[in-house]
Design a protein around this ligand. Structure first.
Ligand code: SF4
Length: 321
């Protein structure tokens, strides 16, 4: 049984202008200890997907269909209390900007200690030795002093280390990383990546790693999932996708990597699709260099090509996934 199985997930946002289908029928699974890289342009639905797994989709967003099976339980059927038990313990998340998560008026030691209070019933002040050990583990300098600091007294890289310490405190089974290094400068990015990979080796946790940096995902992920317009367009072994991308969108991204700065996803000609009114047929057809007449008429299904799942009419004859 996979650690996580997402089946036909649909997450929509009801706006005055209409319904935005941010995630529209996405399915994938994740094995224990596996790293799944997720790439796609802004608005492709990757962050909404991550938030829905951890139960953090807020109105006007709502999960309208699908299942999120974690260790055999459908997270979408759990009460808020049951979900809180899992969130922060078995499934944790590191966000792009720690400032949106850290409380500016609480000392670091208390905030990290709250993880122990929420799940083990240990008061933050009594957990302070554990917190110091944890901060040392994420290589925050002078941890005895840092527990008394407020977030504004730490640099961006230090705050991200604090976030990682909270994410690993209770040895989670799954860590979701939503652009964890993109707000940091390049040298700090490399240090944080090294730390994350060390933590993964030590904990054996699975990771869903969302990033604009396709090259980085190529280096760290076991499998890669490419999203476009709220849908999955290709998923498979990272090495195979880099060697021979099947979907024209994946191919364009990979071909363009060498021409862009490392932290950016390559941009393609044309605009990403509106999720309020997506193009008919294949959502990528207005930008696709390989489009055929029927691409604007027929919505592609998902087809199995070797060990890969790809959503493009070029592979229709391979059979449904
Ligand atoms: Fe391109 Fe057609 Fe494939 Fe869409 S279905 S990616 S338009 S070839």
């Amino acid at each position: 049984m996979p650690l996580l199985e997402v089946r036909n997930l649909k997450v929509y946002y009801d706006l005055p202008q209409g319904t935005v289908k941010a995630v529209d029928g996405v399915s994938f699974s994740l094995e224990k200890g596996e790293i799944l890289g997720v790439a796609g342009e802004s608005g492709s639905g990757k962050s909404t997907l991550a938030h829905s797994i951890i139960g953090l989709v807020k109105p006007p967003g709502r999960v309208v269909d699908g299942e999120i099976i974690f260790e055999g339980r459908n997270l979408l059927e759990l009460s808020e209390e049951e979900l809180r038990e899992i969130r922060g313990k078995d499934i944790t998340m590191v966000f792009q900007d720690p400032n949106t998560y850290l409380n500016p008026v609480l000392r670091i030691g208390i905030q990290v200690g709250e993880v122990y209070e929420a799940h083990l019933g240990i008061e933050p002040r009594k957990a302070i030795d554990k917190v110091v050990d944890l901060l040392r583990k994420v290589r925050l300098t002078d941890p005895e002093r840092r527990v008394e600091s407020y977030p504004h007294e730490l640099s961006g890289g230090m705050k991200q280390r604090v976030m990682i310490s909270m994410a690993i405190a209770l040895k989670p089974k799954l860590i979701i990383l939503d652009e964890p290094t993109s707000a940091l400068d390049v040298t700090i990015q490399a240090e944080i990546m090294e730390l994350l990979m060390e933590m993964r080796d030590e904990l054996g946790a699975a990771m869903i790693f969302i990033s604009h940096d396709l090259e980085l995902l190529g280096q760290v992920s076991d499998r890669l999932m490419i999203m476009y317009g709220g849908r999955l367009v290709e998923i498979g072994e990272t090495e195979e996708i880099f060697r021979d991308p099947l979907h024209p969108y994946t191919e364009a991204l990979i071909n363009a990597i060498k021409y862009v700065r490392k932290e950016e996803l390559p941009t393609l000609e044309g605009e990403p699709p509106s999720l309020l009114k997506p193009p008919p047929g294949c959502r990528f057809h207005p930008r696709c260099p390989k489009r055929m007449d029927r691409c604007s008429l027929v919505e592609p299904g998902e087809y199995m090509v070797g060990g890969r799942r790809v959503s493009c009419l070029l592979y229709e004859e391979e059979g449904d996934a």
